[in-house]
Design a protein around this ligand. Structure first.
Ligand SMILES: [Zn+2]
Length: 123
């Protein structure tokens, strides 16, 4: 086993590398640079990232969960500082979260691909 294969899975998820070989990239650029088209398959091991039509529907659930956790954390932080009303906290927290949507969406897809490969590895 090489040193690359021993890297923590979380680090490989943030690097957006292929869940099978951990070398090929899922996206051609960083997760923190907007929403470019993802690669169809891994350039190293030829793993197809979108296994079937509608594959990323599950990623939307991951995106939603990430968005809820982040927005709730922002609202809790704002509440501890300002004690605003619940409605005002929700609106401001969502507005603060909006610029992060492309990054969270990409991260959700990467997490979904890793989760899918963990429970049903493609050979
Ligand atoms: Zn690969």
């Amino acid at each position: 086993m090489s040193d690359k294969a021993k890297a923590p899975v979380l680090l490989d998820m943030l690097r957006q590398t292929c869940p099978r070989c951990r070398v090929g990239r899922i996206y051609p650029s960083s997760v923190f640079r907007g929403f470019p088209k993802m690669n169809d398959q891994c350039a190293v091991c030829r793993l197809w990232f979108e296994r079937e039509e509608g594959y990323f529907l599950g990623a939307m659930i991951v995106d939603y969960a990430l968005a809820m956790v982040i927005t709730t954390a922002i609202a809790a932080l704002l509440w501890s500082l300002t004690h605003w009303s619940f409605e005002k906290l929700c609106v401001v927290a969502i507005l603060i979260f909006l610029p992060a949507v492309p990054t969270v969406t990409r991260l959700g897809r990467v997490l979904w691909i890793y989760f899918d490969q963990f429970i049903d590895p493609q050979r």
